[in-house]
Design a binder for this molecule. Structure first.
Ligand code: AMP
Length: 541
């Protein structure tokens, strides 16, 4: 039958077969609020009716500045299934970037958590097209004077019918958008169609990818504004898993560990830093992760020690995933196959560091600088390119040149990787972080991984620093663990025998902490700005 592949079908399926499954949201550091998927979708209907009453037109961008909670899930479905475009904004970007994004997307209404009222007060003079704001759970008085139209979320919903006829939507129509912040120029908008998000949801849910099911309790420790919390707001209702939202406490390990234990969480996803904080907290408090069946890490390179700590100290399998805003989230997941047991010990140990095999529908290749395809031999590194129904075709309102998709449909990811004969990918760098020393590539990620196997090192970043003779050389910037001492020489000697000698960083800078981006990744751009000339300024010797 000719039925469009829309996100509305996820909602219908969940409502018919998993309506009683629970949606839990932290409301404070101590308390949670409970609802069922049926409750959520009932309120999503009210929201759709409210959006119509506000005069929203099909395709209008409805933006959110909100944490991970039930109301945000209601917005996901009320906006998307109502035929509007849900624009989830990252509030941690610079003010000017947030203002740019709201104006560029031409957002009509902003649904915001009360924490973001001060942000909007600062941005207000730059926002001319926004019709009004809706504050989710205002903490005291509504900021009435901020915009002509200011509503409280509950008041907006309370007058509405919880029945509606959802519109019949074209599966190729846009339904959600996220901006990705490049290192140069303005952030770029990625639009998702119903079809791309549905196909991504199905592909990632397969057993040998993520294998989520009815018995899972899912904890998204990535913000709902970072690539739709990696698709979990669609995957959980599709398979009927319970979902536990940490609200604004994602980076608060006390709250997170309590939620995991209290709600018997079986599955969680996050970036390396957040997982690290959680394990550090559990180490200190003697806590455990007994209910957790699987954890996924992605978004940035992950040190081997994190996989080992999860497995050896907490009995949890930590799986690596690689993805991008432009890919609806996941591109690969590293699930061991039948060959794993017959691998030699060294390969088995290093295996978690790979990003894994592509999800269904995603084609991959690596190329040299002249766009010639390179072999899948697990050794040759090249520019990673992808194509498939979950890949962004062009940026919202962008010029042709910005698109990144070539005439044959290949999207340049900006990552550099090797590919094994079975399609397993290992990312060795971002193109812009590459170190090209004397014309040869050095993998900063491999150097960081080795540096972090040193027992005295907590965090490490390797950047390309300008060099008189070799043009570029690796420079290691490291954070020591508390109470640990180590000299530069000893840390550099740690690389002996582990890598080709000429890969050894030229120098080490110890710092108290590394700079992070708005999505929790180490900001190599800031490090390059600060230390890029370190080796030629004489300070590096
Ligand atoms: P974003 O669109 O903000 O999620 O950023 C996507 C980029 O994050 C990718 O192009 C990679 O450079 C990086 N990334 C994502 N997952 C991983 C991973 N597992 N290992 C290394 N880098 C990653």
């Amino acid at each position: 039958m000719d039925m469009p592949l829309t996100i509305t079908t996820v909602m219908r399926h969940a409502e018919m077969y998993h309506g009683d499954r629970e949606v839990v949201s932290a409301t404070s550091e101590q308390d949670v609020q409970r609802a069922s998927y049926s409750d959520v979708f009932r309120r999503a209907r009210k929201l759709f009716n409210a959006l119509q009453a506000l005069g929203c037109q099909p395709g209008d961008r409805i933006a959110t500045l909100a944490w991970n909670h039930q109301q945000h899930l209601e917005l996901y479905y009320g906006v998307i299934c109502g035929g509007y475009v849900l624009h989830t904004i990252n509030p941690r970007l610079f003010d000017d970037q947030v203002a740019y994004i709201i104006n560029h997307a031409d957002d009509k209404w902003l649904f915001i958590d009360h924490d973001f009222v001060p942000l909007l007060e600062r941005l207000r003079p730059q926002l001319n097209n926004v019709k009004g704001i809706v504050v989710i759970e205002p903490d005291d008085d509504l900021p009435e004077n901020l915009f002509t139209n200011v509503h409280s979320y509950e008041d907006l919903l309370s007058g509405q019918d919880d029945n509606c006829a959802w519109p019949e939507l074209d599966e190729f129509s846009a339904c959600a958008m996220c901006y990705t912040s490049g290192t140069t120029g303005n952030p770029k908008g990625v639009l998702y169609s119903h079809r791309s998000l549905l196909l991504h949801t199905l592909s990632v849910s397969l057993l040998d990818t993520d294998g989520l099911g009815l018995n899972d309790v899912i904890l998204p420790l990535v913000p709902m504004f970072h690539v739709n919390a990696w698709g979990l707001p669609f995957r959980a209702p599709l398979v009927g898993a319970r979902i536990v939202f940490p609200n604004r406490y994602m980076g608060n390990p006390q709250v997170v560990s309590k939620l995991i234990a209290q709600e018997s969480v079986t599955y969680g996803v996050s970036v390396p830093t957040i997982w690290q904080w959680l394990l550090d907290h559990l180490d200190q408090t003697g806590g455990n992760l007994k209910t957790l069946r699987k954890a996924v890490v992605g978004g940035a390179a992950t040190p081997l020690s994190l996989f080992e700590r999860f497995r050896d100290d907490y009995g949890v399998e930590l799986t690596q995933g690689w993805g991008m805003t432009e890919l609806c989230s996941a591109g690969t997941l590293n699930v061991p196959g039948p060959d794993f047991d017959s691998m030699n010990e060294a390969d088995r140990k290093q295996y978690p560091l790979k990003q894994g095999r592509p999800i269904f529908g995603l084609e991959v290749k690596i190329t040299d600088d002249e766009d010639n395809a390179l072999p899948w031999d697990g050794a040759t590194a090249g520019h990673l390119k992808v194509k498939g129904p979950t890949v962004c075709e062009s940026y919202f309102g962008g010029t042709e040149a910005e698109t990144g998709v070539d005439a044959n449909g290949w999207f340049t990811t900006g990552d550099v990787a090797t590919i094994d004969p079975d399609g397993t990918i290992q990312v060795t760098d971002r193109s812009k972080d590459l170190i090209k020393s004397g014309g040869e590539w050095i993998s900063s990620i491999e150097l960081e991984n080795w540096a972090m196997t040193h027992p005295a090192i907590a965090e490490a970043a390797v950047i390309s620093a300008a060099h008189d003779k070799w043009t570029e050389r690796p420079l290691l910037i490291a954070v020591k663990k508390p109470d640990q001492t180590i000299s530069k020489q000893d840390l550099l000697a740690w690389f002996d025998g582990k890598i080709a000698r000429w890969w050894t960083p030229d120098d080490v800078i110890f710092v108290e902490q590394l700079p992070y981006t708005a999505t929790g990744k180490i900001s190599k751009l800031s490090l390059r700005e600060q230390y890029g000339d370190y080796l030629i300024m004489g300070s590096g010797g």
